[in-house]
Ligand binder design. Structure first.
Ligand code: ATP
Length: 288
């Protein structure tokens, strides 16, 4: 399959933290969500993909070739939104449009930028320093989309935004992906956003990739088994992925084969597992 992003054996070390041997891909035409607890390595991964930090090891290909951030042709095909907009704070929204025109030249679509600014109700004559956090994010997304990239890479684009704006941004992402050449990789803590729009989920924990799975598989195949100590004694360790002992006695198990487990243990209560719950099991639960 044609990949928008291909990462192989990426490693990066900081004092007290290491991103270890990360390999994954983002298929063209898909929306991939990168999740993990605070400090799991999401921003480090995105920085390494974009060549903003130098990894100790690993290969990254964006849109079919090794990414060269110095190459304007390559850079133009990628839209990037990080936490800080990076725009000069004394510029107005309108001035940002002019600045971006100089950077992206013929690729810059001034009408699209104005359209996004209108859609997001962004003032054209207010300085960026007086924008709220949500306004800055919306401006960054408007700018990232207005040179018609094929790949969007965003670090927590919906963090700190109200639910209405979040919805607007998710709608924009869905529109963007209507063109099947386009792809999105974004990090987030808001798992309901992922449940709405992600095709695939990458879960990082302490710098390691726990899984890269299709969202549908993840949600339909995982389940939480809530069992008494006696029921737990009859379950083999290979039948579950993680476990959590309940304070009042009994165990909760994260199961990766919902239907098989239900057949073998019809007496055990089995609930669907949301993405938050699956993450919690990996972060807080015990392996076996
Ligand atoms: P959050 O959800 O809080 O944004 P994250 O998953 O994006 O977290 P990172 O920002 O990638 O996590 O940080 C991962 C680890 O790398 C942290 O322990 C952080 O302190 C460390 N780290 C990141 N950048 C640097 C740096 N420039 N120098 C030293 N350590 C760093």
């Amino acid at each position: 399959m044609d990949n928008a992003i291909r990462v192989e054996h990426l490693s990066k070390e900081y004092p007290g933290f290491a991103l270890r041997d990360l390999s994954f891909s983002v298929p063209r035409g898909s929306i991939v969500g990168l999740i993990g607890e605070n400090g799991a390595g999401k921003t480090t991964t995105l920085n390494a993909i974009l060549g903003l930090i130098r990894p100790e090891q690993g290969q990254v290909e964006l849109l079919g070739r090794r990414y060269d951030p110095q190459n304007p042709e390559h850079r133009r095909r990628i839209g990037v939104v990080f936490d800080e907009s990076g725009f000069p704070p004394h510029l107005t929204g309108a001035a940002i449009g002019k600045m971006m025109h100089l950077v992206y030249r013929e690729l810059w679509d001034a009408a699209a930028f104005e359209g996004y600014c209108r859609r997001f109700a962004l003032p054209q004559n207010k300085e960026i320093r007086d924008f709220s956090r949500g306004m800055k994010t919306k401006l960054s997304i408007a700018a990232a989309l207005s040179h018609h990239p094929e790949l969007l890479i965003l670090d927590e684009p919906t963090g700190g935004l109200d639910p209405i704006v979040r919805e607007e941004i998710l709608d924009l992402f869905s529109e963007f992906i209507q063109d099947e050449r386009n792809s999105i990789l974004f990090s987030t803590h808001i798992t309901t956003d992922l449940e709405k729009i992600a095709d695939q989920i990458l879960f990082l924990h302490k710098g390691e990739l726990v899984f890269s799975r299709s969202k549908d598989d993840l949600i339909y195949q995982h389940a939480v088994a809530r069992c008494t100590s006696a029921q737990f004694a009859a379950i083999a360790p290979e039948e579950y992925l993680r476990r959590r002992s309940l304070p009042g006695g009994g165990e909760e198990l994260l199961v990766g084969d919902r239907e098989g487990f239900a057949r073998r243990h019809p007496q055990v209560v089995l609930d669907r597992a949301g993405i938050d719950e699956i993450m919690l099991f990996y972060v807080k639960g015990e392996s076996k």
